[in-house]
Design a protein around this ligand. Structure first.
Ligand code: NAD
Ligand code: WQD
Length: 343
C-alpha cells in the first residue's frame, strides 16, 4: 500500500519522503510546485536510491486526487500542501483559505470517495496564539491572529468534526514548532523564494554573503536576552515524528480515532543564541542590527513534549549544533537553492 504525500516536493515534505522511503514505505507525491521544484524529488531519489512516484496536481482538483488515490492504491495521506507565509496571508487571504481550507476539503472528499480515511495533518504552534502559560501543552486554549493561523485552526476543527461524525476516520494532527535544518547529505533543504521570512534561512543567507545583515526584531522582550525565544526542531527529527505518528494511527480505535501532538524539542533558544550558534557552525560572522518588533510576534514559545513521548514514543534527538551545521552544509552546496538544477 502506498502513502500519498501532498506537498511532498516542499521543504518538510521532501524530508518526509526520504524518511518514509528509507523505512520501506511506498509513496506518491502530489504537488503543484507553487512553492517548490521537481528537482527536490530527483534529490530524494538520489538519497534513497529509489524512484519516486509523483503527480503534478493541485489538491483542489478532486477528480485528479481520486484518480491518484485509486491508481496508486493509497492507504493513507500525509498532508503538507498549503501556503505558509504569515505576512503574505494578510495580503492575499483568499489564496490562503482556497489553498489550505478548500484544498483540504477537496482532499477529504476525494479520500472519502475512495475509502481512504487515514490522514496526518501539518498543523502549527501558531494555533496557540499568545501563550498563556509555558510550556505549551496540547490543551492550551487555541486562537489565531492572522489568516494563515486561522486556516490551520479551521482545518483542525474540520478534522475534529469529521472524526466525531464517523469512527472510520483516523487523524493525526501534528503541531510543528519551528522546523529548521536539512538532510545530512546537503542534497535537500529549505529553499525559500525571495527574501526569507523565517530566521534560520535569513541567517544562513547572511552567513553566505547573499544578504548584508540580519534585522533582529526586538530586543526588549521579557526573555533572557530580550530577543524572541522559539522551539527550533531539526526537520529530520520532525519527519521521524511523522513516521511514529503513522505507526500510532494504526493503533487507534473507533472510540479514540484521532490524536493531536506537539512536535518540538521542549527547549527554547533566543534569536541571539541562534546567531551565535550559527556563527560557530559556519565559522562566519553574522552582522546584525536591532530593529523594531515584528507585528504579531510573541516573546517566547516552546512545546511541552510529553504527549509526543507518550502517544508516539518519539522525542527529538538532534541539537542546535546539528540544526545549524546541516543548514550551513545545504547552503554551501546549493548557494542558489534548487534553481541551478532547474534547467
Ligand atoms: P513548503 O512551501 O516548502 O511546502 C508546501 C508544498 O505544498 C510546496 O511544495 C507547494 O508547492 C505545495 N503546495 C502548495 N499549495 C498546493 C496546492 N494547492 N496543491 C498542491 N500542492 C501545493 O512548506 P513546508 O515548510 O514544507 O511546510 C509544509 C506544511 O507544514 C505546510 O502545511 C505548513 O503550513 C506546515 N508548517 C510549516 C512550518 C514551517 O515553519 N516550515 C511550521 C508549521 C507548519
Ligand atoms: C523566529 C524568531 C522573530 C526573522 C513562523 C510562523 C509559524 C511557523 C513557523 C508555520 C522570532 C525573529 C525572524 C528575522 C528576526 N510557520 N526573527 N529576524 O515567527 O516563530 O514562526 O514560522 O506554521 O506559524 O509564524 O518564526 O523564523 O519567522 O522567527 O529577528 O529576519 O526570529 O522575531 O523571534 P516564527 P521565524
Amino acid at each position: 500500500m502506498t502513502i500519498l504525500i501532498t506537498g511532498g516536493a516542499g521543504y518538510i515534505g521532501s524530508h518526509c519522503c526520504v524518511t518514509f522511503l528509507e523505512a520501506g514505505h511506498d509513496v506518491v507525491v502530489v504537488d503543484n510546485f507553487s512553492n517548490s521544484s521537481p528537482e527536490s524529488l530527483n534529490r530524494v531519489a538520489s538519497i534513497t536510491g529509489r524512484k519516486i512516484a509523483f503527480e503534478e496536481a493541485d489538491i483542489r482538483d478532486r477528480t485528479a486526487l481520486e484518480r491518484i488515490l485509486k491508481t496508486h492504491q493509497c492507504s493513507g495521506v500525509i498532508h503538507f500542501a498549503g501556503l505558509k507565509a504569515v505576512g503574505e496571508s494578510t495580503e492575499i487571504p483568499l489564496e490562503y483559505y482556497a489553498n489550505n481550507v478548500t484544498g483540504t476539503l477537496e482532499l477529504l472528499a476525494a479520500m472519502n470517495a475512495c475509502d481512504v480515511r487515514q490522514l496526518i495533518f501539518s498543523s502549527s504552534a501558531t494555533v496557540y496564539g499568545e501563550p498563556q502559560f509555558l510550556p505549551l501543552t496540547e490543551d492550551h486554549p487555541l486562537s489565531a491572529t492572522n489568516p494563515y493561523g486561522r486556516t490551520k485552526l479551521m482545518i483542525e476543527d474540520i478534522l475534529r468534526d469529521l472524526a466525531a461524525s464517523d469512527p472510520r476516520w483516523r487523524f493525526g494532527i501534528l503541531r510543528y514548532f519551528n522546523p529548521v535544518g536539512a538532510h545530512k547529505s546537503g542534497l535537500i533543504g529549505e529553499d525559500p523564494r525571495g527574501i526569507p521570512n523565517n530566521l534560520m534561512p535569513f541567517v544562513s543567507q547572511v552567513a553566505s554573503g547573499r544578504r548584508d545583515q540580519l534585522s533582529v526584531f526586538g530586543n526588549d522582550y521579557d526573555t533572557r536576552d530580550g530577543t524572541g525565544v522559539r522551539d527550533y526542531i531539526h526537520v529530520v527529527d520532525l519527519v521521524e515524528g511523522h513516521l511514529r505518528a503513522h505507526e500510532a494511527l494504526a493503533a487507534l480505535t473507533d472510540e479514540t480515532n484521532s490524536f493531536t501532538v506537539n512536535l518540538g524539542t521542549g527547549t527554547g533558544y533566543s534569536v541571539l543564541e541562534m546567531v551565535k550558534a550559527f556563527e560557530r557552525a559556519s565559522n562566519q560572522k553574522i552582522p546584525y542590527e536591532i530593529a523594531p518588533r515584528r507585528a504579531g510576534d510573541v516573546a517566547e514559545v516552546y512545546a511541552d513534549t510529553k504527549a509526543a513521548e507518550a502517544k508516539l514514543n518519539w522525542s527529538a534527538e538532534r541539537g542546535l549544533e546539528d540544526m545549524c551545521s546541516d543548514t550551513w552544509n545545504w547552503a554551501c552546496k546549493n548557494p542558489k537553492g534548487y534553481e541551478a538544477s532547474d534547467g
